[in-house]
Design a protein around this ligand. Structure first.
Ligand SMILES: C[S@@+](CC[C@H](N)C(=O)[O-])C[C@H]1O[C@@H](n2cnc3c(N)ncnc32)[C@H](O)[C@@H]1O
Length: 325
């Protein structure tokens, strides 16, 4: 697979975990060998909305400010500059603006939401998940939705709008690893939440009068299936400690994990850039670290299992596991 024409890298199968990204030729230390211009779908968490520019993700605190005050109140977005607001409004997000407005109104007025919680199916299998999506729950009038669910709904809505505006990019999203079954087996209670999120987004599009030529609920399901295990946290650029949202970048999610990574990602506005941490030989796999490398083997494995559903096969983990026995 071609990584958007970046000549230093190629995508190939690995013996341990699906595809990986490999150096096609030697790459010297400190080379930015790949970058991804912007996310397919993203959300700025409600709690951070006033502090993060919805267009370029600039963090107000990094600029010595508490909040950004150029706003699009109805759609729940803030901007660091008029240029960013104009860019957000003028491009293909016009449909998005309408959908986000409707979603804000429904959420703030508690106009549509869920009533209580249903128990998950007794056994989580692909069949029981399919069956649940065939019979999604109805939204209730004047029922609340949690802030977390609404943030997830905004994330899914941004992906649905992306598909509507750029149909050619949908296959890029679809080729990401589908983690629906593994995720639902670990978190069965989330199945119902995902169904509500899908129904909520479909209803928001309907109320906004946005007609698309694909099934919104099925699209929401595809996005949710690829969200866990593929998304990147959006962190502020200075210290990389405060996470204010999350985003899915199609090609960037092809990098596997290693507890001794040879590359590092950095966010540059909307873009993600990948840089070598040491000289890399031709044919070596290029891996980032999904977790804190200095944590114990047990802690790293637990986190990778919980959030990425795999047991790490890197050399350091094999060494640490052998030492622990
Ligand atoms: C973000 S995806 C990376 C790309 C993925 N290999 C693919 O083909 O789409 C993360 C998934 O890759 C696999 N993976 C990544 N790093 C791994 C590792 N160190 N050991 C085992 N599996 C790994 C796991 O299946 C994990 O859920």
């Amino acid at each position: 697979m071609d990584l958007l024409g970046f000549p230093l890298v190629e995508v190939r199968p690995t013996p341990y975990g699906g595809r990986g990204v490999f150096a096609a030729s030697p790459i010297p230390k400190n080379t930015v060998f790949f970058s991804c211009p912007g996310p397919y779908a993203f959300v700025i968490d409600r709690a951070f909305r006033k502090e993060v520019c919805s267009q370029c993700f600039a963090y107000a605190f990094d600029a010595g400010r508490r909040t950004w005050n150029i706003k699009h109140d109805a759609a729940g977005a803030c901007f660091c500059s008029d240029e960013c607001k104009t860019a957000w409004m003028a491009t293909d997000r016009i449909a998005g603006e309408k959908v986000f407005k409707v979603m804000e109104t429904l959420f703030k007025g508690k106009r549509l939401g869920r009533e209580g919680f249903l128990p998950p199916p007794a056994e989580i299998s692909l069949e029981s998940i399919n069956e649940a999506w065939r019979h999604p729950p109805a939204l209730h009038k004047f029922a609340p939705m949690s802030e977390l669910e609404h943030d997830s709904a905004r994330f899914i809505a941004s992906g649905v709008i992306q598909r509507a505006n750029n149909p050619d990019s949908w296959p890029d999203l679809l080729q990401l690893q589908d983690n629906e079954l593994l995720f639902t087996q670990l978190h069965p209670e989330m199945l119902e939440s995902h169904l509500y999120i899908g129904v909520f987004v479909a209803e928001a599009l309907r109320i906004a009068g946005i007609v698309v030529d694909f099934d919104v609920l099925a699209t929401a399901r595809c996005l949710l299936a690829r969200d866990y295990g593929n998304v990147f946290g959006l962190y502020e650029e200075k210290d990389d400690t405060e996470m204010f949202g999350f985003a899915i970048y199609t090609t960037a999610s092809l990098f596997n994990h290693d507890c001794t990574p040879n590359i590092k990602k950095t966010r540059d506005g909307r873009a993600l850039a990948f840089r070598t941490l040491r000289d890399v030989a031709a044919g070596e796999e290029l891996c980032i670290s999904y977790v804190e490398e200095t944590d114990s083997w047990e802690k790293r494995q637990a986190r990778l299992q919980e959030w990425w559903f795999f047991s790490c096969q890197c050399a350091k983990c094999h060494r640490d596991e052998a030492a622990a026995k």
